[in-house]
Ligand binder design. Structure first.
Ligand code: URP
Ligand code: ZN
Ligand code: ZN
Ligand code: ZN
Length: 484
């Protein structure tokens, strides 16, 4: 059984050309002219691109006294509907819990996934057991990324000595540390102060987490990574202060990556001033939405290469769940959705406005993260031998985003009412058509775990450089006799 995607223009991170693609056994087997096969998908007028990879999702995540409402079934269905063919979720051990035990829990959640997925392992506490288990996570379980939260004091937060120890361990194992960079101590103090002053509405969530809180933590994480001899990846970079720290580090030759979210690129802080409590609370996430100057900085970072990846941090809570914080903004579950909307929103506000080229669009939605996670070219590529995770993108299809027609399980959409142009005609997951012109044909359980090998090119280059420049004892010929 073979499928041919016919008559389209292939767009990758570095090339744009007309060719057909033949798919067999879930892989791309041929790229060329006038190909034939059992099933033909008409791609005329479309761009044929590697499916999106969203490296930052929280499906069925236990958080702030509840669980995020999209699970691996609805979450990956939403992903495919929007042209994303792989997600990477976070396994979160509770403090004191074994990493391997937490991974088993996440393995059980993911059995109904409609598309391929992988996991990052979170370091939420530190001890000999964590140090030891990190090796098994990398060597036996195929996970080469560890997440660290500098925020959520009293819950997920780790402090500097724990981060430094973990980053050093990552360097030894060839793994990449990820960081949620906000100064959790300062946030906790600001939250208490705002509440004491009677500021208990959702807007106070934003007041408690200004850009400086993020910039300081980003800079600190980068410096700690540099001292530990490790690359570092900063998740949900939302502001100029954080981007500036990343940019400066990269100019110095440090291996640092930054990940803006499509929400921060397209929604701003005015959302929190909305007189409707639900409207504002539905948009409570960390870091919060920022002003237009911060947005411009993030777009510039994507265009210039100082920021590499656009994700969603998809973490969807219903209005009912958001109302846990009716009288106290610190109890509003943090998180917003976006899996179905990432590609259409980024195409509409990026490619159609000229802020991104089509090739840059593919780079930041798929290819760059495939390289960072060490799964390229299995994922993130249109090449013979790559997985047939493909989106046939119709640049002329439009819709108005609305919760009424979305795949996500929640009752609203933070992009409600936004017009997008550029949508999938087909989405293929390992060769199987999951989306056809808005018709959902996903198969629960089709998704497979993607193992990721340690030691990326960046890990190797950095450890070589650290070895070359390591402090060395000066060899001296004549040592003076002591006491003379
Ligand atoms: O508000 C957010 N971002 N919720 C999800 C957890 C996290 O910090 O990524
Ligand atoms: Zn400590
Ligand atoms: Zn976070
Ligand atoms: Zn997150």
């Amino acid at each position: 059984m073979s499928t041919v995607i016919k008559g389209g223009t292939i767009v990758t991170a570095d090339l744009t050309y007309k060719a057909d693609i033949k798919v067999e056994g879930g892989k791309i087997v041929e790229i060329g002219q006038n190909l034939s096969g059992n099933e033909v998908l008409d791609a005329s007028g479309c761009y044929v691109m590697p499916g999106g990879i969203d490296p930052h999702t929280h499906l069925e995540m236990p958080f702030m006294g509840t669980y995020s409402s999209d699970d691996f079934e609805s979450g990956t269905r939403a992903a495919l509907a929007g042209g994303t063919t792989m997600v990477v979720d976070f396994a979160l051990p509770s403090p004191g819990q074994s990493l391997l035990e937490a991974l088993t829990m996440w393995d059980n959640k993911s059995t109904r996934a409609n598309c391929d997925y992988s996991f990052h392992m979170a370091i939420t506490w530190w001890g000999e057991q964590v140090f030891n288990e990190m090796e098994a996570i990398v060597r036996d379980k195929g996970i080469n990324t560890f997440k660290h939260f500098m925020a959520y004091k009293g819950a997920l937060m780790v402090d500097d000595d724990e981060m430094f120890s973990s980053f050093q361990r990552c360097a030894e194992l060839g793994a990449l540390p990820l960081v949620h960079a906000e100064n959790g101590d300062v946030v906790a103090q600001m939250q208490a102060k705002l509440l004491a002053e009677g500021n208990n509405g959702p807007e106070a969530h934003a007041y408690s987490r200004p850009a400086e809180v993020e910039g300081e933590a980003t800079n600190r994480a980068i410096m700690i990574a540099d001292m530990a001899g490790s690359p570092v990846y900063i998740v949900h970079t939302s502001c100029e202060q954080a981007h500036e720290a990343i940019r400066r580090a990269r100019q110095k030759g440090m291996r640092v990556y930054g990940e803006p979210l499509v929400q921060h690129l397209t929604l701003d802080e005015s959302e929190y001033a909305n007189p409707d409590w639900d409207h504002a609370a539905r948009r409570v996430m960390s870091p919060p939405f920022r002003n237009k100057q911060h947005q411009d900085s993030l777009w510039a970072g994507l265009a210039s290469g100082s920021l590499q990846v656009v994700a969603t941090d998809h973490c969807a809570f219903t209005t009912e769940q958001k109302r846990f914080g009716l009288n106290d903004f610190t109890k509003i579950p943090n998180g917003t959705g976006g899996l179905e909307d990432r590609l259409p929103m980024l195409w509409t506000h990026g490619v159609k406005t000229g802020r991104l080229t089509m090739n840059e669009f593919v780079a930041v939605t798929s290819t760059n993260i495939a390289k960072i996670l060490n799964i390229y070219p299995k994922k993130g590529a249109i090449l013979v031998g790559a997985d047939a995770d493909i989106v046939v993108w119709d640049p002329n299809r439009s819709k108005t985003i609305t919760a009424k027609t979305q795949q996500s399980a929640i009752d609203y959409n933070v992009f409600e009412g936004k017009e997008v142009t550029g949508l999938p005609r087909y989405t293929l997951t390992r060769g199987v058509v999951a989306i056809e012109e808005g018709t959902v044909k996903t198969q629960q359980g089709h998704g497979e775990f993607v193992k990721r090998e340690p030691f990326t090119a960046a890990n190797r280059a950095l450890s070589t450089w650290k070895e070359v420049t390591a402090p060395r004892k000066v060899q001296r010929s004549g040592i003076p006799a002591s006491g003379v």
